[in-house]
Each structure stands twice: as C-alpha cells, then as structure tokens.
Design a protein around this ligand. Structure first.
Ligand code: ZN
Length: 286
C-alpha cells in the first residue's frame, strides 16, 4: 500500500488516483495524516480488507498537493556515514557504531518544494527514510520490521560549513534549516517491494542550462547498519514514537566529495528518487 498526505488529508494512493481515508472509513480513521501511525496495524488491516465498493470516487492530484507523509514527527533521526564509499569520500573511517544526529522536526517538508539557500555550501544527500509505526524501547533486531510503517524518500540537505563548525562539530544545526528535510511522495509499505533491502537510490541536478547530471546512484543493500540494526540500536536508548523518521544515510556522490566541490546554487533543481517509492523535487533559491 502507498499512503500519502494529499492537501493535508490522509490518502491511499493507487496509480495516479487517491482515496480519502476518512471518507472511505466513514470517519473511523482521522483525515489527519499524523494521527494514523499510532494505529498503523489497525489501519493497514482495515485498508486491506475494506469493502472497496464503499470507497469514495478516487480523486486526481498534482504533486504540489503532496505534503510530508509524516507531517508531525516528534523525532527525526539521521544516521551519518552509513555507506562505506560515502565515509571514504568524506575522508572518515567506517564507523563501528552508528553515527546519530537529529534533523530538528521543523525542517521536515513535503516532496516538492522551493528551498532558500542559507549559505554557499549547501549539499545534497539522497536517503532512504524509515517511518515508524508502532513505537517502543529495547526492540530486538528480529522484531524491528514490526515497528516500520513503511519507507519514504528523504533529502538530508546539509549546510557543510555550519555542519562542521566548532570542535567537536555538531551536525544537527547545519542539517535543520527551513526546508532541509523534504520527504515523500508517499509511504510505501514493505510488501510493495520485491526486495525491500535492495532499492535503487539516486539524485540528479538540473541546472539553469537544463543539463541533467546524475550525482548519486546506489543501492540500499550497501548500508553498513541496516534498518533493523538501526531501529534496535536507537531503541536501546530512545523510545521510538509513532510517526518518527529515520534518515538512514547517503550513498557516495555528495557535492563536498567532488573535486572541486560542487554545492547547490540558485536555479538548481534537485531530483531524489528511490525505486518503488517515487521522487522528490527541490528548487533552490538564493
Ligand atoms: Zn545524511
């Protein structure tokens, strides 16, 4: 199943059409997308078994109608250096423990946005994002999948100068400017994928001249700490809450690793895609 926030309402997406959940369920489920995660198992069971003849007329929508699929996440985790080749291009060793930071929740947006550039060293990081359904503490690796509502696409936009300011550097601030955590376009449940552990993930930039350059192109099976491991380790310390987001790390190909470095400039359009989920589109202004 594919679930989206369309014009602020919880919707099931089928192809190019959307079914409004509050209407289809006769009000059993709220129209508010943020409220579904605490009832995720009940929701997916209802959605799979509902009498589809009772569905309202499916509606068309535009990608600018899409909001963040989890629009009120209370915790947004980022995992750093979680692909070996990206650690290498960053000049850092492969971590023995997950490198964890936060993107403050006010940076979360939907999938199609304009982003004001707050500095001259704003970089891209295409990422698989885990959306938490059932929360919990002390989750064993083997039970972690039961806590996943689904996957979405995320961009871990990062102002590198701010990210690396100070000693020791605190990643979170440089990754939390307005609009620095675009997510969407949908949450895909894990049964949507032939192999949810191996998804193609890519990013491309279209410049003012219209030329499109692919900058990142990898597979999520290269994660050093996989999704179950991340969930288990985070939950040994932090209580995971319904609707939380976990940005799982980025494959190689970020701008800071290029020679010379290439950062986002006014007029760039960044496309971020994961197969089977969809695409984000950010236009940069500044
Ligand atoms: Zn990242």
């Amino acid at each position: 199943m594919r679930v989206a926030n369309i014009r602020g309402r919880l919707s099931i997406v089928e192809g190019a059409l959307a079914i409004d959940v509050a209407t289809a369920s006769g009000g059993a489920f709220s129209s508010e997308p943020a409220e579904v995660f605490a009832r995720w198992e009940e929701f997916t069971t209802w959605a799979a078994n509902r009498d589809r003849s009772e569905d309202p007329e499916p509606a068309t929508y535009d990608d600018t109608d899409l909001g963040a699929p989890s629009p009120a996440a209370r915790q947004v985790f980022g995992i750093g250096l979680n692909y070996a080749d990206h650690a290498a291009e960053s000049g850092l060793p492969i971590p023995e423990q997950p490198v964890v930071f936060t993107k403050f929740a006010s940076s979360v947006t939907g999938p199609v946005t304009d982003v004001a550039l707050p500095g001259a060293t704003v970089d891209w990081e295409a990422e698989l994002v885990v959306v938490i359904g059932r929360g919990g503490r002390g989750i064993p690796v083997e039970d972690a999948a039961e806590h996943v509502a689904g996957y979405t696409v995320g961009q871990d936009l990062s102002e590198r100068t701010v990210q690396w300011q100070g000693q020791p550097a605190q990643f979170s601030i440089g990754k939390s400017f307005a609009g620095f955590a675009p997510t969407g376009p949908v949450i895909a449940t894990l049964d949507e994928f032939a192999d949810p552990d191996r998804l193609r993930i890519s990013a491309a930039i279209t410049g003012d001249d219209g030329a499109r350059t692919t900058v990142q192109d990898g597979f999520t099976d290269q994660l050093i700490f996989g999704v179950p491991e991340i969930i288990s380790r985070l939950s040994q310390v932090v209580e995971l809450l319904p609707g939380d987001l976990i940005f799982t790390g980025t494959p190689p190909g970020v701008g800071a690793g290029m020679k010379p470095p290439r950062f986002l400039i006014d007029g760039d359009v960044l496309l971020t895609e994961i197969e089977g989920i969809g695409q984000l589109r950010q236009r940069f202004v500044g």
